[in-house]
Design a protein around this ligand. Structure first.
Ligand SMILES: [Zn+2]
Ligand SMILES: [Zn+2]
Length: 391
């Protein structure tokens, strides 16, 4: 039995090489052709059964050992962001305006490292399903894989994912039972008033005044209609009018973004928002259209699997480096859709508290911290060996 935290140490250079290669060639959602070719090629080389085209550019690898019917899914995301990279190291993006600013290059490399190691071992009994997912950033990739029958074609008892996390110390893990990342919804409110001469406002119905009232009143939604122990964010991000300097507009469009941690709060935000909009528009005799779109469900870890993830992290990093009941974060993640279908857990792995590793996700100066490749891959190996333990 290899020493904990040592399973994939000899694969470090390889993982680093794959990570830099992917970082240099970032691909946006559903365009991960080069990346998925690379993943599929390597899995195939290691004798892992490969399935392409699951959710467009998604790749699934199947590795079986022994006779057990148990199975476990390990998921990495592969897509990059439409950001112009500001770094100047040798593995800087060669595709102007595209960048791995969320560390999915590192997630892919860690899961490849684990797959390579496990393909050479006889250390488990059951089936490992390696899920290389496209298009996480826009929240469509997980759903695309699921609607292509991911879990029907490749059944798993449990599913797990790791995301690197700047601000958390290098190689530390954080997980929790229950919601760990938020739902993201977007809204658009169209207010139809009546335009008029700026000097004769009584002849129109000013939608700017109505819109401003809506923006202000909406802050009472979180502050005064939600239990203070619940978490939610309501942010207006666009206020668009068709007026000009001396003309009161006829129409205003307000857009924005909401975050919440439970489906109940998500429902509450949607219905309360529309009630506030309807009430204020009625008071002013204006018409409105309210459009509310759900993009990401909350990412909700199941209790038993969150505990399994914490134990696994403690086995590879030491208990002192694991927070088993971390605070949830209000960003979003489409792995939540996979967790609606199967029990499992989403785990945060510290990218570093300061320096390069501490640079926030989606920042043009971000880079995945290579120091955590081994610990992340070791987590995957340990998880497989403990959950698919040989008799
Ligand atoms: Zn991201
Ligand atoms: Zn990400």
């Amino acid at each position: 039995m290899p020493k904990p935290n040592g399973y994939t140490r000899n694969l470090f250079q390889k993982m680093r090489q794959w990570r830099h290669d992917i970082h240099r060639h970032p691909e946006l959602a559903f365009e991960e052709n080069r990346t998925s070719n690379m993943v599929a090629g390597l899995l195939d080389e290691w004798g892992i059964e490969v399935h392409r085209g699951i959710g467009s550019t998604g790749v699934v690898g199947i590795l079986r050992r022994g006779t057990s019917a148990r199975s476990i899914g390990l998921r990495a995301d592969m897509d990059a962001l439409g950001i112009r990279e500001q770094n100047d190291f040798p593995h800087r993006s060669v595709h102007e305006g595209k960048m791995h600013a969320c560390g999915h290059d590192g997630h892919t490399a860690m899961l490849l490292g684990a797959a390579c190691h496990l393909s050479r071992q006889d250390s488990f009994d059951g089936t490992v399903v390696f899920v290389f997912q496209p298009a996480e950033e826009h929240g469509e990739g997980a759903r695309a894989m699921l609607s292509d029958g991911l879990f029907e074609r490749f059944p798993v008892d449990q599913i797990y994912a790791i995301h690197n996390f700047p601000s958390l110390e290098t190689g530390f893990f954080a997980v929790r039972a229950g919601p760990i990342m938020a739902a993201e919804d977007n809204f658009e409110i169209t207010i139809d008033g009546a335009g008029c001469h700026a000097a004769m406002p009584h002849l129109g119905r000013d939608p700017i005044l109505i819109g401003a009232e809506i923006v202000m009143a909406m802050q009472s939604l979180v502050a005064r209609t939600l239990n203070p122990m619940e978490h939610a964010v309501v942010s207006f991000t666009e206020f668009i009018t068709n007026g000009t300097i001396n003309v009161v507009p006829g129409q205003v469009i307000l857009r924005g973004d909401t975050r919440s941690l439970t489906p109940e709060v998500q429902d509450h935000i949607e219905t309360t928002m529309e009630r506030i909009v309807a009430g204020i528009c009625a008071a002013h005799g204006a018409d409105y259209r309210f459009n509310y779109r759900r993009n990401f469900v909350p990412t909700i870890n199941t209790v038993a699997e969150a505990a399994i993830a914490a134990q696994t992290a403690a086995a590879v990093a030491g208990a002192a480096r694991v927070a088993g009941d971390t605070r949830p974060v209000m960003t979003s993640e489409d792995f939540g859709y996979m967790l609606q279908a199967r029990p499992g857990a989403y785990v945060l792995l510290g990218n570093g508290a300061e320096g390069v590793g501490g640079c926030s996700l989606h920042n043009p100066a971000y880079d995945f911290n290579d120091e955590i490749l081994t610990i992340g891959a070791d987590f995957w190996v340990e998880l497989v060996q403990s959950q698919l333990r040989s008799a």
